[in-house]
Write a protein that binds this ligand. Structure first.
Ligand code: DAT
Ligand code: MG
Length: 140
């Protein structure tokens, strides 16, 4: 069996606030291995593919604008259980609800804007991980 991999993004709010290193350290401290790490500004094509499941929802356009508002740190992490394990480390989508101890719970809050600025993205299933790694790191 291929080793399990997840596509993780530190979103522009996390990079802007200087939290990319701290978030990377949380992933490493948990024990997952870093396969790829790259700071870059997302393209329209990458974001349209990445967020295809949310197209048509009221938060879609502001979400894409937010994701283009600055560089993201794109990461592929590897290890048994990394897909659910990172989701658990990230915490609930809404940082106000996310449990203390999680990345969103410890470092995030409600900033009073239309889209949840919730610091990180993590693949939610093996199928999503394969699809998302193909979008962000087509050479892997
Ligand atoms: P997650 O990032 O926890 O997988 P998701 O895939 O449902 O959450 O949504 C993708 C992103 O879209 C999420 O991180 C923040 C934004 N978002 C989701 N639901 C939202 C809502 N109701 N209002 C504003 N932004 C939302
Ligand atoms: Mg999601």
């Amino acid at each position: 069996m291929n080793p399990e991999r997840s596509l993780i993004l530190v979103k522009p709010d996390g990079v802007r606030r200087g939290l990319a290193g701290a978030i990377l350290a949380r992933i490493e401290a948990k024990g997952y291995e870093l396969v790829a790490v790259e700071l870059r500004t997302a393209t329209d094509a990458e974001l349209a593919a990445h967020y295809a499941e949310h197209e048509g929802k009221p938060f879609y356009a502001p979400l894409v604008d937010f994701m283009k508002s600055g560089p993201v740190l794109a990461i592929v992490a590897e290890g048994q259980g990394v897909i659910p394990g990172f989701r658990s480390l990230a915490g609930a989508t809404d940082p106000t609800q996310a449990a203390p101890g999680t990345i969103r719970g410890d470092m995030g809050r409600d900033w009073g804007v239309k889209v949840q600025q919730n610091l990180v993205h993590g693949s939610d299933s093996p199928e999503s991980a394969t699809r998302e790694i193909g979008i962000w790191f087509p050479n892997l």
